[in-house]
Design a protein around this ligand. Structure first.
Ligand code: NAG
Length: 401
């Protein structure tokens, strides 16, 4: 039955938010960003032959929508488009606050917490309006000596380690922080027990296949028979199972197995380009009968540079040293030079733990013109009074001379 790579996304039940619920269209947009990011990240990682991918889309959405508040020009329009932000930034802020309070739930069987911080170099003058926006987004603000990258890496890693209950201890290295003037950090931690736990004595080794039915390895398959929602939404070409967490079932994992012959890439594209109505269809299909479930026990550890996947989503100029426009952050021209995400996901008989850290670093922009002959080039040597070419050549085979 499990003939393809299983794919997971975390879904939150629609009735969950205690504060004023954000407009459903806004949440649909955040989910669309999430699914496009997953598609783009998978496409990017596949270039390197990596087939296990896990991302933390909400953390990226959160940091870059804060940066959108300090942006202008193309940088602003690309962020609005890429992050699917509502036109009115006040709606983004209320969406933020609603999501933030959603990210602070603790009960005996489910913990979900999100935490974010802004570390700025003490010599950088950050506009008070931007600090206010950060505070409104529940971001802790720290003033640091960013040139001491050893200490800054230690401070960030300590922050992330506490926020993720020790699951991520090495979010950044001092080398990754060189030349940064500001670092935005977002950490997310989730730990939950299944509503229906698996009996470890039923776990057995089983085969794992690719989309063409070819066996590509073995996994430990956990088994249970329980009343889960199961559906085959035709528009996404997959079989979908929803397994809930905790007594209240406020959170769940959706597992989507592409139909026979459908590559996971196609499924990811279907998800990114369709509305999430299939989740409602799944709930309506209900869970009247018990389902025999075989789910692999698995673990994914990712350390990814998310700049390319975000560029695939249409966000370019904020990463460009000559084009980024962030005048609302500081009078010192800045651009985003680092976007590092670490994600850890572990699925066992008992439940799931997942943690992520997202570190976005801003550097001084290069002002004025820049010329860098760091790829193939042509050269001409000329006499200047009559402009006659004396020598001409191409340099394309580098060597240290
Ligand atoms: C960096 O900070 C640490 C801890 O405060 C300190 O011991 C060290 O001397 C500092 N390094 C530099 C180069 O200032």
């Amino acid at each position: 039955m499990w003939k393809a790579i299983t794919y997971l996304i975390f879904a939150t039940a629609a009735h969950a938010a205690p504060p004023p619920p954000p407009a459903t269209t806004d949440l649909a947009n955040v989910n669309q960003f999430a699914l496009q990011l997953l598609e783009n990240t998978y496409a990017f990682q596949e270039n390197f032959g990596t087939k296990n991918v896990a991302v933390s889309p909400l953390s990226l959405w959160s940091i870059f929508s804060l940066l959108a508040e300090g942006s202008s020009g193309d940088t602003f329009f690309e962020l609005m488009g890429g992050l699917k932000l509502p036109r009115d930034l006040r709606r983004t802020q209320s969406l933020h606050m609603a999501l933030n309070s959603l990210l602070q739930s603790g009960s005996q069987d489910v913990i979900l917490k999100g935490q974010s911080a802004m570390f700025t170099d003490c010599s950088l003058e950050v506009h008070p309006e931007f600090c206010q926006a950060a505070t409104a987004y529940n971001t802790d603000i720290y003033s640091v000596d960013a040139s001491n990258t050893t200490k800054l890496a230690h401070d960030i890693n300590y922050y992330v380690c506490i926020a993720t209950d020790g699951l991520i201890t090495n979010a950044v290295t001092p080398q990754a922080l060189e030349n940064l003037r500001m670092v935005l950090v977002d950490a997310l931690y989730f730990k939950a027990s299944w509503t229906y736990q698996f009996d470890p004595s039923q776990t057995k080794e089983g085969s794992f296949y690719d989309s063409l039915g070819k066996q590509i390895g073995t996994v430990n398959l956990m088994y249970q028979k329980a009343p889960h929602s199961l559906a085959y939404p035709p528009q996404i070409e997959a079989q979908v199972l929803e397994m809930t967490y905790g007594k209240t079932s406020q959170y769940s994992m959706l597992i989507l197995v592409p139909l026979n012959g459908i590559p996971v890439k196609k499924l990811l594209n279907n998800l990114a380009t369709n509305s999430l109505d299939w989740i409602d269809e799944l709930r309506e299909a209900g869970s009247s009968t018990d389902v025999d479930c075989l789910i692999p026990r698995f673990k994914i550890s990712n350390k990814l540079d998310m700049i390319t996947p975000l560029q695939y989503s249409g966000i370019h100029s904020i990463f460009d040293a000559s084009k980024a426009q962030l005048p609302g952050v500081s009078d010192t021209p800045l651009y985003v030079s680092k976007t590092l995400q670490t994600v850890e996901v572990e699925v066992t008989e008992e439940g799931t733990t997942a943690a992520s850290s997202t570190v976005v670093g801003l550097e001084n922009r290069i002002l004025g013109q820049r010329f860098e002959a760091n790829r193939e080039f042509v050269f001409l040597i000329i006499e200047r009074s009559v402009n006659v070419i004396l020598f001409a050549g191409v340099y394309g085979q580098p060597s240290v001379v």
